[in-house]
Design a protein around this ligand. Sequence first.
Ligand code: FRU
Length: 437
Amino acid sequence: MSDPSRDTAAWTRDHAAGLSRTDRNTAPIIYPPDRRTDPDNHLWDTWLLRTPAGEIADVDGYRVVVALTASNDLLPGKRHDVATHRFYYSTDGRNWTPGGCVFGDSVPLGSRQWAGSAIYDPETGDVSLYYTAAGHRGEDALSYTQRLAVAHGGSARTTADGVRFEGPWTHKTLARPDGEWYEREEQSRGMIYTFRDPWYFEDPETDEAYLLFEGNTPIPEGSKACGGDPEQQAFNGSVGIARASKTDPTACELLPPLVDAVCVNQELERPHVVYRDGTYYLFVASHRHTFAPGIDGYDALYGFAADALFGPYEPLNGSGLVLTNPANAPFQAYSWLAYGHCEEILVTSFLNYLDYDRPSLDDVAYLPEDEQFRRFGGTLAPTVRLGVDGLDTRVRGTLDHGHLPTAEEALPETEDERIARLRGADGDEERPGYGAR
Ligand code: FRU
C-alpha cells in the first residue's frame, strides 16, 4: 500500500505571482463550430468513458463521453441549477451522436448532478459513474450541499443504432467533507465551498484505486496563514483524494489532500491525473475570479507534477499555468480535461463565453439575455495538443472541435512541424508569435 502520510503540497502566492500568458500556454482563438455537439442542449463539463486503467473505452467500436447538460432554452448561467448527465457516442472521435440522459429522471441523490468520471469494464460492459450530488432531490429552494456519489450496476451496450446505457442503477453517497481535512459547508467563509468532481484513478505503480476530487482546506479562525489576513484565507481550494476499490465501487475512505491553494485560489476544479513514464501530472481547472485578492490569474488549466501519486507536487512551468485562453477571448473555453496520447497530452474543454472580454465572468449576468445566449458556446471546443517535457509544457496546436483521438490514431503534423519540414529543419522548433494574443 502506498503511504499517504505526508504534508500536503502547497500552490503558493509566490508560484502564482509568476502567472503570465505566453506563446507556450495560450490557445488560439476559437470560432464557433459549424455543428454543435448537441443541437438541443447546452453541454459543458465532459468526460470520456474510460477503462479502469484510464484508456478510452472501446464499446464495440464506439467511444463515449458523458457531459453535464441542460436544455438550450435555458439561460446559460442557470444551467448548473438543473445539470443532467447526458451521453454522446462516436465511431471516429469526431462526430458525436446524442444518446440521451444517462439515468432518466430517477436520480435519488441531489437536485442536480455535477461532474465526475465514468469507468467501463471491458470484460462485462459494467459501468460505474462517479458524480457530484448537489443539493437534495425534491428541495424547494436550491441548496449547494455537495457529496461524492456513485451510480453502479448499470452497463453500456450497443444496438444496431448505437450505444445505450442500461440500468438498473444503484446510487450511493460515497463521502461528505469531514471538517478536518475537508471543509464543510458551514465552515466556509468565502464564496461557495466545494466538495465535488470525483475522478477515478488506478495508480499504475501500486495498482491501487483512488478518487481525486475538489475540496477546500478548513482554516480555523485566527489562523496565521498568509499573515493572518482573513480576506485571503477565505480562498482555500484543495485537491482531495480518497482510497477507492477496484472491486467495490462504493468503497471510499478520505485521505489528506494532495495539494492545496490556501490564500491562492478557492476552486481547484475537476482534478485528474495523467501518468507518463514515472511522472504523475495532476491537472485542475480554475477561474480568474476564484483567485485570492492580489493575484492576477486566468480561466485556465493548471498543473502539477510529482514522481509518486502522493507527491510532493510541484507546479508545472513554475507558476502552475498550463493552458489558457487568449487575452482577447479570455473566457472562450473552460473545464479542461487532459489525457495522454503517445508523446503528447490532449486537452478537451467546452466553449464557454465567446466574444466576451469583460474582466470577470460574473459580469455576464449584466448582459441582455439575448446576448448571454448568443455568446455562450455550450459545445465541445477544439482539442488542444500539449508537448510535455518534465515540468515544462507547451501548446503544440489544436485538433477540430470535439476531436478526441485514441492512442492508436496518429495525430496530424503540427503547424510547427510542417514549417520545420518545409525549411528542412528537424522538427519541434517554435514559431514566433504562435499562440499568445
Ligand atoms: C466546473 C464545475 C464543476 C462542477 C460543475 C457544475 O465547470 O464548477 O466543478 O461539477 O461545474 O456545473
